[in-house]
Write a protein that binds this ligand. Structure first.
Ligand SMILES: NC(=O)c1ccc[n+]([C@@H]2O[C@H](COP(=O)([O-])OP(=O)(O)OC[C@H]3O[C@@H](n4cnc5c(N)ncnc54)[C@H](O)[C@@H]3O)[C@@H](O)[C@H]2O)c1
Length: 253
């Protein structure tokens, strides 16, 4: 029970990697609250968890709107007490052309994939600082360091998440708060499926480059998240952990 007596807040916890993070943290003894824009999936997941006796709490919240995020965060604190662990997981893909992408599209996307990481930390840090204890994990991507054509905003936002993580690790270390990032490779979630569905060759091409010959299940990311949040990772701070089956080592063919 790595996370006994902890209260974890997860953004985008209704499906995919976020849902697996919620599940694993509950198995590790945490009380877990999560927000998501997908109210149907969030409510269904909350019911499933509560019916099995798990201390889970869902609140609809859009991380790209500070007021909405803050409302979800405060409702979670009212339900389970101060948040002691935070995972910034909510994210969307961004496939654009550098000439035709509009400022509005850029801002809408960056509000989800980068600004929200700061905003959620802004909500969580005061209580963590007061307790002189806390841990944050930010979900970045392999795209922060190596990417594919057409994903320049996604690559930029995810690289921004790594920079933000390293700087917060420096700033908050003295407050007893560790801040780390995970960069997943190909994880089988609805987000990845929506990308594979854009062209018939993509799934096989992605499979062909995997050093382990397969893509990952969301639970394989979630277990690393629970470890980084726990005291077992007590001296890991400012790290970017690749959970990509070794894909980042590939140079060509
Ligand atoms: N799946 C992969 O292969 C992969 C690889 C690298 C990084 N990631 C990152 O992992 C994270 C989770 O991705 P996933 O694959 O599980 O995606 P997903 O689409 O399956 O799940 C993301 C969840 O976030 C929610 N969400 C989206 N926008 C939101 C918002 N504004 N406010 C609140 N919730 C919001 C969605 O409703 C969804 O439930 C993302 O940050 C993504 O960029 C995923």
């Amino acid at each position: 029970m790595k996370l006994a007596n902890e209260h974890l807040f997860v953004t985008g916890g209704a499906t995919g990697i976020g849902a697996a993070i919620v599940h694993d943290a509950l198995e590790q003894g945490a009380k877990v609250s999560f927000c998501d824009t997908n109210i149907e999936a969030g409510m269904a997941y909350q019911s499933e968890l509560i019916s099995s006796g798990a201390p889970a709490f869902f609140h609809q919240g859009d991380v790209s709107q500070f007021e909405s995020l803050e409302k979800s965060f405060n409702a979670s604190v009212a339900h389970f007490g101060n948040v002691t662990k935070l995972v910034n997981n909510a994210g969307v893909n961004a496939n654009y052309d550098a000439v035709t992408m509009t400022d509005q599209q850029w801002n809408d996307f960056f509000n989800v994939d980068l600004k929200s990481v700061w905003h959620t930390a802004k909500c969580a840090l005061p209580a963590m600082r007061a307790a002189k204890n806390g841990a944050i994990v930010n979900i970045s991507s392999l795209h922060a360091s190596m990417t594919i054509p057409g994903y320049f905003p996604y690559a930029a936002a995810k690289a921004g998440v790594i920079g933000l993580t390293k700087n917060l690790a420096l700033d908050e270390g003295k407050n007893g708060i560790r801040v780390n990032a995970i960069s997943p490779g190909y994880i089988l979630t609805p987000l990845l499926r929506s990308w594979f569905d854009t062209a018939p060759h993509l799934e096989q091409a992605a499979l062909d480059v995997q050093p382990l010959g397969r893509m990952a299940q969301p639970s394989e990311v979630a277990k690393v998240v629970s470890f980084l949040l726990s005291n077992e990772a007590s001296f890991i701070n400012g790290a970017e952990i690749m959970v990509d089956g070794g894909l980042h080592t590939r140079f060509a063919s």
